[in-house]
Design a protein around this ligand. Sequence first.
Ligand code: PAF
Length: 281
Amino acid sequence: MLVIHNKKELQKVLQSKVNKNCTIGFVPTMGALHTGHLSLIKRAFSQNEVTVVSIFINPTQFDNKEDLEKYPTDLRNDIDLLQTVSDAIIIFAPSALEIYNGDIASKKFNFNGLEKVMEGEFRTGHFNGVATIVELLLLAVNPTHAYFGEKDFQQLQIIKKLVELKKFPFKIIGCPIERETNGLARSSRNERLSKSTREEAGFIFKTLNSAKSKFGIENAKSITDWVASEFAKSKLFELEYFQIADASTLTPILKKQKNIKYRAFIAVYAEGIRLIDNIAL
Ligand code: PAF
C-alpha cells in the first residue's frame, strides 16, 4: 500500500495515471477511519480507476484546543482498514507544514451566509479552516471526483460552494450518513463516548425522526421547542442547537413551502463530546 507524505511525490504518481486518462476519486479524512468513511472510500473505489484517501488532522478547523488534542489517531489501524477495501488505494498523509506550504493558517471565505449559521455560529472560524484545507488538498490531488459525507451536511454545501466560486473542475459527491445499529451517526468522536452513553445516543436520531414526523403538521418553532423540551429531560445529552432549514441555502425556516427541500440539523454534547447529525424532512 502506497503511503505518501509529500505533495510532489503524490503528484508524480498521479500524473502517470492522468496520462493514461484514469479518473481519480478522492476522499479527504482526518483519519480514525470507521465504516462511515469506508462507505465513501468504497464508492470512490468503485467509480474511479484511482482512489486517493488523505489522512490529515487539520488544526485550523478546531476552535477547541482540547478537541484537537483528543482527536483519535491511529495510522496503522487506518492502513489496515483501507487494506480491507484494496491495497491499490493511495494514502496521502502530509505533515501540516507540507500541506500548508509552511504557513499553518486559515484563509477567510465568504460563502453567502452558508458559513454563518449552525456550525459556523457555534464553532468560530471552523469553516474558514475547513475550506482552506479542502482547497489545499483538492489542489494537491487534483481529483476528478471528491467524496464527502452528508453527516457534515453544512460542510458539504460549503465545499460545493467553494468549488463553484473557484470554478474548480472537481465533481463533489455527497454520500448518505452511515449509522450505528441504534441510529447514532457514525463519527470518529463516537470512540470517545462511554459504552453506555454510546448505546443511549440513539436518542439523538430518534428525536430527529420524531421531528420529521411532526414536520408539515406543526410549525418549525413548535417542533424546535418540542426538541428542546425532550433534551431538557435528559441527564446525558445537552442540546446545543436544533434547526430546521432550507437544505440548499441553510436559512432557518418557520413554515413549510412547496418545492423546497428541508433538513433538520442538530448538535449535542454528551460527556463533553460534541455530536452532530441531520435528517432530510
Ligand atoms: O470532514 C472531515 O473529516 C474534515 O472536515 C475534512 C473534510 C477532511 C477537512 O479536514
